[in-house]
Design a protein around this ligand. Structure first.
Ligand SMILES: NC(=O)c1ccc[n+]([C@@H]2O[C@H](COP(=O)([O-])OP(=O)(O)OC[C@H]3O[C@@H](n4cnc5c(N)ncnc54)[C@H](OP(=O)(O)O)[C@@H]3O)[C@@H](O)[C@H]2O)c1
Length: 173
């Protein structure tokens, strides 16, 4: 069982603008059947975790909740959940949530959707195994940081997917 942080980023290391816009990303050309693409990745995922900003972005922009997997949303607020979806609002500690996710995932992998600091909180506990970065050909100058931690990574896979430079890294400590 592997815990992944899989995300797109600008070349200067931001996953959203300061206003939480992803317009710079959504206009890029990406082959859903190409290397390191999302459909193949999500097939191996049994449980998800995300922070409140990421959750609120998805709720605002997606008309339906698109994940079948149980999803933990970290927040200190009482956020509403989509009807019929397995969304669990939590402020429990990272280690306990990781254990719950592992139990729920039925042997599949875990995906930390974002943001970067939440992925960092899993890394702080030694619970982040891989970082997948899809680099869009954009500089944002400021925004939500991709992974604001001091971490050593080992490059284990590299590909081009149309506009994107895609790197898959193992967290080395
Ligand atoms: N480029 C991409 O592919 C990609 C991928 C993922 C996300 N994004 C975007 O990146 C941005 C990320 O936003 P962000 O940096 O603010 O990160 P975020 O993790 O989405 O949200 C941060 C919030 O999560 C809650 N939180 C985090 N850790 C917690 C903990 N241990 N316990 C309880 N609550 C916790 C807090 O919410 P409360 O204030 O409610 O307590 C915190 O303010 C979003 O705009 C998202 O849409 C982009």
């Amino acid at each position: 069982m592997t815990t992944h942080f899989y995300t797109a980023t600008s070349l200067d290391g931001f996953i959203a603008t300061p206003e939480h816009s992803l317009d710079w990303l959504l206009k890029q050309d990406f082959d859903e059947e190409g290397p390191m693409a999302y459909p193949a990745f999500i097939e191996g995922i049994g449980a998800l975790a995300m922070g409140a900003s990421t959750y609120e972005w998805l709720r605002k922009h997606d008309s339906v909740w698109s994940y079948e997997q149980p999803t933990w949303v970290f927040t200190h607020r009482a956020l509403e959940t989509p009807e019929g979806a397995d969304v669990r609002i939590t402020q429990a500690n990272i280690r306990d949530v990781h254990a719950e996710m592992t139990a729920a995932a039925n042997g599949k992998d875990l995906w930390i959707v974002g943001g970067g600091d939440l992925a960092g909180q899993f890394a702080d506990q030694g619970l982040l195994d891989e970082v997948w970065l899809q680099y869009a050909p954009v500089m944002l100058g400021a925004g939500a940081p991709v992974l604001p931690r001091a971490l050593n990574l080992e490059l284990i896979e590299l590909a081009r997917n149309r506009s994107f430079l895609c790197g898959r890294y193992r967290v080395a400590g």
